[in-house]
Design a protein around this ligand. Structure first.
Ligand SMILES: [Zn+2]
Length: 257
């Protein structure tokens, strides 16, 4: 998602998947645990549920980043994935392919495909789970706000709580992480998608307009979150709106771009 890649530590988990190097910083697990500690049937913390939640968050965010990484590979760009406290990053080996130029400068259509592939992969995972449960004789707890979009409450319960909660967490993490990332706010995927769409339509004027969209959307989501006591989301969006405003000022102050 955003900010710079964290420094490697001795506690990093490192492996390859589909030929892509993956590094998981220890902060990833801590933040996942903080976000999910009360996501249990009773609202009371529980070690088993927490482990299930952390595994689901890990799989879901990894699928998101693999979407970006595989789309990059499609365009001949190799990359590596880092999972850290703000979610995930897919870092292109840019010097080999971009000649040091900044990402997004040369081909908005390619950048659009690469950026959209992350949330798309995650939503595809959610859809696959939803369809499998829908076609099965089993049911899952309702996903908040999406009871009507994902009607999975019919049927008998799974025999195992671990299966029920594992699938539910995977669905929850995938839907909400993808939707959060699709907000048209920099530096989320949605902000980049809007920039590339506007650049395709409007040329370089699109960059300035995408910053305006980002500032307004960030402000609106912050306001909405604060009125719903979602302080963490509200603060994050307020900071991103301010940062878009500053970038806009710096951008319009320069003529050479
Ligand atoms: Zn992404």
């Amino acid at each position: 998602m955003f900010l710079a890649e964290p420094q490697p530590t001795p506690y990093d988990l490192r492996f390859h998947w589909l030929g892509i190097p993956i590094r998981v910083a220890p902060w990833f697990w801590l933040v996942a645990a903080l976000l999910g500690w009360n996501l249990t049937p009773t609202g009371e913390p529980d070690g088993m549920y927490l482990l299930l939640w952390m595994s689901a968050a890990f799989v879901s965010i990894l699928v998101h980043e693999l979407g970006h990484a595989l789309a990059m590979r499609f365009y001949g760009i190799s990359s590596y994935i880092v999972l850290y406290q703000f979610g995930g990053l897919t870092v292109p080996e840019r010097h080999a392919y971009y000649g040091g130029s900044s990402r997004g400068a040369d081909d908005p259509l390619r950048e659009l495909a690469i950026t959209a592939a992350g949330p798309a992969a995650q939503l595809a995972l959610a859809l696959a789970i939803a369809l499998a449960v829908y076609a099965s004789p089993y049911r899952l707890p309702a996903v908040p706000y999406l009871e009507y979009v994902l009607p999975l409450g019919q049927g008998q319960p799974f025999a195992s709580d671990a299966v029920t909660l594992g699938l539910f967490y995977l669905l929850l993490a995938s839907v909400f992480w993808a939707l959060l990332n699709l907000l048209p706010v920099y530096p989320l995927d949605g902000g980049q998608i809007v920039r590339n769409l506007l650049v395709l339509v409007q040329g370089s004027r699109g960059i300035r307009n995408s910053l305006i969209v980002s500032m307004v959307a960030g402000g609106l989501v912050a306001w909405y979150a604060f009125t719903r006591q979602q302080v963490f989301l509200g603060l994050m969006m307020a900071l991103l709106a301010i940062s878009s405003f500053r970038t806009l000022q710096a951008y319009t102050g320069r003529s050479g771009w």
